[in-house]
Design a protein around this ligand. Structure first.
Ligand code: AKG
Ligand code: FE2
Length: 412
């Protein structure tokens, strides 16, 4: 008897063979099409998700020309945004999230938790709220082995951002999704050659580059991102780890007197990119500058976090340059040199990291060769604020001793 022909939807595995798609895109890439072919694993993910690269990859929105435009972009777009953090709605015990997970493992005492056995795509709203609370408390949460489309990553970001994600001007993005899903991919930068050099940088840094790379994202914005989700679909076998450090714990490493000194101060934060100045056409390129509190209160936990980073915090209001340089140098060192308040993550393909950009600094380790590609969605948060009535994490959790100004490991 002849076998019965059954029509079925294409199985997931039909996307495992991307050779025809790849050959087609390679042809397009040979023409002047603005198409740089992503790594195979990324192509497979995009094929599953129906992302069309034939009209170019990555997608670059037009770069704003003047520093005045960039300064205005978010102010005008957001007006006076009020942000309801989904973490404020969550059940404190996180029963829906933890109950569905196979394992929940804290990675260090002060920062980082890994959840095993959950797919981010499947989370209910209740679980998303509890995830927000967990990220707010632990500063970063990891999920390996995710089958995550860029569309689902974007939708989760919109949820966590209470309707708004960063729609970044100028940087490389996934095409066709209306913006807001940016690429972490050295080869996809416009200045490809410089990026490749950086990617292949395996020698030890010269001493002036000792702290190279530590930063917090988009701190020059009036409403900088909070929950930030990086999904790595292609990673090198060795190297290219990412490190995060806790701003709650960095703050708790300070003595009571030092805390008192910096509580309520404002810092000056600059953008990563520079632009022309409409009012000073001959004056060269300028950074966007924004004033935010040096210590900010987290709206979900109510805890204070140190909010400085070496790449973008350029001064402290009211202090002269020598003074603010000295204070900031000390604060950066607390963050960057305290290994007990950091987590270092070794990626595997298909891993998602969701961190709180309000309470962390982070850096990639530039010690890898080979392909590394990820997609990132930054959920917008509240305007940073300092509440004088808020408490530190160690005070709130009544953590004994060493973080609280006694016998600190950094007191050498
Ligand atoms: O490449 C990495 O691991 C980190 C990239 C980064 O700084 C970011 O996603 O904001
Ligand atoms: Fe970053």
């Amino acid at each position: 008897m002849a076998p019965i022909a059954v029509e079925t939807a294409p199985a997931q595995s039909s996307f495992e063979d991307i050779s025809a798609l790849k050959a087609q895109l390679q042809e397009i890439a040979k023409t002047d099409s603005g198409l740089i072919l992503p790594p195979d694993n990324t192509l497979r993910r995009y094929a599953r998700a129906g992302i069309d690269l034939s009209k170019g990859y990555p997608f670059f929105p037009p770069k704003p020309e003047f520093v005045q435009d960039v300064t205005k972009i978010r102010e005008e777009a957001r007006g006076d945004r009020t942000y309801v953090d989904p973490g404020t709605r969550a059940d404190k015990e996180k029963k829906a999230l933890f109950g569905a997970a196979k394992e929940v493992n804290d990675l260090t005492t002060h920062i980082g938790t890994e959840i095993v056995g959950l797919q981010l795509e499947d989370l209910t709203d209740q679980q998303k709220d509890e995830l927000a609370l967990l990220v707010a408390e632990r500063s970063i949460v990891f999920f390996r082995d995710q089958q995550l489309t860029p569309q689902a990553q974007q939708a989760l970001g919109v949820y966590l951002g209470d309707g708004e994600i960063e729609r970044h001007p100028q940087v490389a993005q996934v095409p066709g999704l209306g913006g807001g899903i940016t690429l972490i991919w050295a080869d996809g930068r416009k200045d490809n050659s410089a990026a490749r050099t950086q990617r292949n940088f395996r020698r030890p840094y010269p001493s002036e580059k000792l702290s190279f790379g530590w930063h917090t994202d988009l701190v020059h914005e009036p409403y900088p991102p909070g929950y930030t989700h990086l999904h790595q679909d292609t990673v090198p076998r060795v190297g290219g780890d990412t490190l995060w450090a806790s701003g709650y714990a960095a703050y708790d490493k300070l003595s009571p007197a030092f805390k008192k000194l910096i509580d309520g101060l404002n810092g000056v934060y600059k953008s990563a990119h520079q632009y022309k100045d409409e009012n000073d056409p001959e004056g060269g390129l300028k950074y966007v500058l924004r004033v935010h509190p040096l210590v900010r209160t987290h709206p979900v936990t109510g805890w204070k976090s140190l909010w400085v980073n070496r790449s973008h915090t350029v001064g402290i209001e009211g202090f002269d340059k020598a003074e603010s340089d000295a204070l900031l140098e000390y604060l950066h060192n607390i963050f960057e040199r305290s290994t007990d308040i950091q987590v270092r993550w070794k990626w595997t393909p298909g891993t998602s990291a969701i961190w709180d950009n309000r309470t962390t600094i982070h850096t990639v380790s530039f010690d890898y060769e080979g392909e590394r590609h990820g997609t990132r969605v930054s959920s917008l948060a509240e305007k940073p604020y300092y509440d004088p009535k808020s408490v530190s994490r160690a005070e709130a959790l009544q953590i004994d001793g060493f973080l609280n100004g006694q016998d600190l490991p950094h007191r050498y």
